[in-house]
Design a protein around this ligand. Structure first.
Ligand code: SF4
Length: 192
């Protein structure tokens, strides 16, 4: 990778962080208006019973975050990820915390708010975590400016991810599993 590519990739990661801030701000706005109907908070792990893969751009940010940790902590997270139950996220700690909270991907930041998406037949639908908005019964009363459009968010992430791949000279559309990120050795060689 050339220095220019590296600078371009860093600039795109900064734009990704701006998108992260927007999604976080959106989440907090919805929570400030509908907090009584939302169960999101520390210790709730309803949306963490999943095995995620992330875009290469998000993986790059998570790798940077993991690289900032002491080696012993990285080894602990790797060991924990290896022993995670099949249905649980490998970044989920025993006390319900997210081990990569500061660097978690966009999908984790948008869980809990009402999301507009497309049904398999193409019709638009709005859904949320079943713990929120009275199991969905309260969704029709939610203000449209508190509904996150999944297609828009996916498109914005996809554009940044493609530009990041181009800047690094890597194939577009790569996805990396979270357990791979948590267990890989940043220095190469054997997994942690
Ligand atoms: S990355 Fe963190 S927030 Fe996302 S599913 Fe895993 S434990 Fe939950």
């Amino acid at each position: 990778m050339s220095e220019q590519d590296s600078a371009a990739a860093r600039a795109i990661r900064e734009r990704y962080q701006e998108l992260v801030t927007k999604v976080d701000t959106f989440f907090h706005r919805v929570q400030s208006r509908y907090g009584g109907a939302m169960r999101c908070g520390a210790g709730c792990t309803a949306c963490c019973q999943v095995r995620l893969s992330v875009t290469a751009l998000e993986a790059s940010v998570i790798r940077e975050g993991l690289a900032s940790l002491p080696q012993e902590e990285r080894a602990r997270l790797a060991s924990r990820a290896e022993q995670a139950p099949p249905g649980a996220c490998p970044a989920l700690e025993a006390d319900g915390r997210c081990a990569i909270y500061a660097w978690r991907p966009l999908v984790c930041r948008s869980h809990g708010v009402p999301i507009r998406h497309r049904e398999p037949g193409g019709a638009a639908a709005v859904s949320a975590c079943e713990k929120n908005f009275d199991g969905g019964a309260g969704l029709p009363e939610v203000s449209p400016d508190c509904v996150l459009d999944q297609t828009t968010l996916s498109t914005m992430l996809g554009v940044l991810d493609a530009a990041h791949a181009d800047a690094r000279g890597t194939p577009r559309g790569e996805r990396i599993r979270l357990d791979t990120l948590l267990t890989e050795n940043p220095l190469g060689g054997e997994p942690l």
